[in-house]
Design a binder for this molecule. Structure first.
Ligand code: PLP
Length: 375
């Protein structure tokens, strides 16, 4: 098997699974219970919070656990709009956000909010000046992701934060594809809300975290129930998921430099190997080393993905969330139809090897040789 779709999800290292198993079978107490088993689960949860907060460079009390990155995005957006409800009902975002942000904003448009969608350039990049131009008196929220999940483009969140310094608009950034992959801390970004998800860094699916700091107040809940997460997110804490998240963060931190160097090396190697394939084009700025977007112009990406699948090579047609629909990211970048249709996303992780890249390059080359391009 050659798994090259780490931006979709990642394998869970055995050490993470073992930590989770222990949390499920031994430290299974409810963190709200008053006896020692409950207190141990509470201590464990708070220790895990400190680990993840440490990696993000924030205070533990600024980090709230969620069920996924999608929840974090929705929560941040709704919480910011609630906090800034007297500022207005205008939102600035980009046309290339993850659907967790875009679909939430579409729902808000139906509720009467107005949204400005900034278009990226041909490299998939957004400039802070575009945000500056879009700001209005009634702008309550700016939501701009840190790393794009399809192209790996990194957006200038720090500059946008500086722009908003003397403005009421709050700043949210979806850092799901960036956390522990590109260097940043909560302080270096200056965003008020930051969304994280565990399953992109070797943690389990179904758990994430939302940072609310800077000018953000304790976030208004999305759900109502018990008093968990400082009364902001009811529901018994997913202690095993959180334990897995924290263990994955720890493992990554322990080998951070080595993993970063390995992924940069793979990126360079893949570029070299793939550049030799006739008609292959690299798409986007390619800022984040773990994501490589390429197009075999005219060769439908669905066919590429299924041909490679038959050889045990797993890559994605654009983003895993599209399931065959034209990518809104590539469309917003203004790619011509043939190039957009032939675009696939390759993404690396700590376990990826040069042999995986070799298998990919050979399979893409063969696909181009034996298949016909569309007209
Ligand atoms: N934001 C981005 C940029 C993503 O890539 C993803 C997952 O693909 C999400 C949000 C959603 O995260 P989750 O799968 O944890 O809901």
């Amino acid at each position: 098997m050659h798994y090259l779709d780490y931006a979709a999800t990642t394998p869970v290292p055995r050490a993470v699974a073992e930590t989770m198993a222990e949390a499920l079978t031994e430290g299974f107490g409810n963190p709200s219970s008053q006896y020692s088993l409950g207190r141990q689960a509470r201590d464990r949860l708070e220790r895990d919070r400190r680990v993840i907060a440490g990696a993000l460079g924030c205070k533990p009390e600024q980090l709230f656990f969620t069920s996924c990155g999608t929840e974090g995005d929705n929560w941040a957006i709704r919480a910011a709009l609630h906090q800034n409800r007297r500022v207005g009902r205008h939102i600035v975002t980009t046309a290339v956000e993850h659907s967790a942000v875009l679909q939430c904003l579409k729902a808000l448009e139906r509720e009467g909010y107005s949204v400005t969608y900034l278009k990226p350039d041909g490299q998939g990049r957004i400039a802070a000046s575009q945000v500056a131009e879009a700001l209005r008196e009634d702008t309550a929220l700016v939501s701009v992701m840190l790393v794009n999940n399809e192209t790996g483009a990194r957006f200038p969140v720090e500059e946008i934060a500086a722009l908003l310094h003397d403005r009421p608009a709050l700043l949210h950034t979806d850092a799901v594809q960036a956390f522990l992959k590109v260097p940043f801390t909560a302080a270096s970004l200056g965003a008020d809300y930051i969304t994280l998800s565990a399953h992109k860094i070797g943690g389990p699916k179904g758990v994430g975290a939302l940072f609310a700091g800077g000018r953000a107040k304790v976030p208004q809940p999305l759900l109502y129930g018990g008093g968990q997460e400082a009364g902001t997110r009811p529901g018994t804490e997913a202690t095993a998921q959180v334990a897995g998240f924290a263990r994955a963060v720890q493992l990554r931190l322990e080998r951070r430099e080595e993993i970063d160097a390995h992924i940069r090396d793979l990126n360079g190697y893949a570029r070299e190997r793939l550049a030799a394939i006739p008609d292959l084009r690299f798409i986007g700025a390619g800022d984040a080393p773990h994501i490589l977007s390429v197009s075999l112009s005219g060769y439908p990406s669905q066919n590429i993905v299924s041909d490679l699948d038959a050889k045990g090579i797993f890559i994605s047609a654009g983003s895993a969330c599209h399931r065959g629909r034209a990518s809104h990211v590539l469309t917003a970048m203004g790619l011509d139809k043939r190039t957009a249709a032939g675009t696939v996303r390759i993404s690396f992780g700590p376990e990826t090897t040069r042999e995986d890249v070799d298998a990919l390059a050979e399979a893409l080359e063969e696909h181009r040789r034996v298949r016909f391009p569309m007209l």
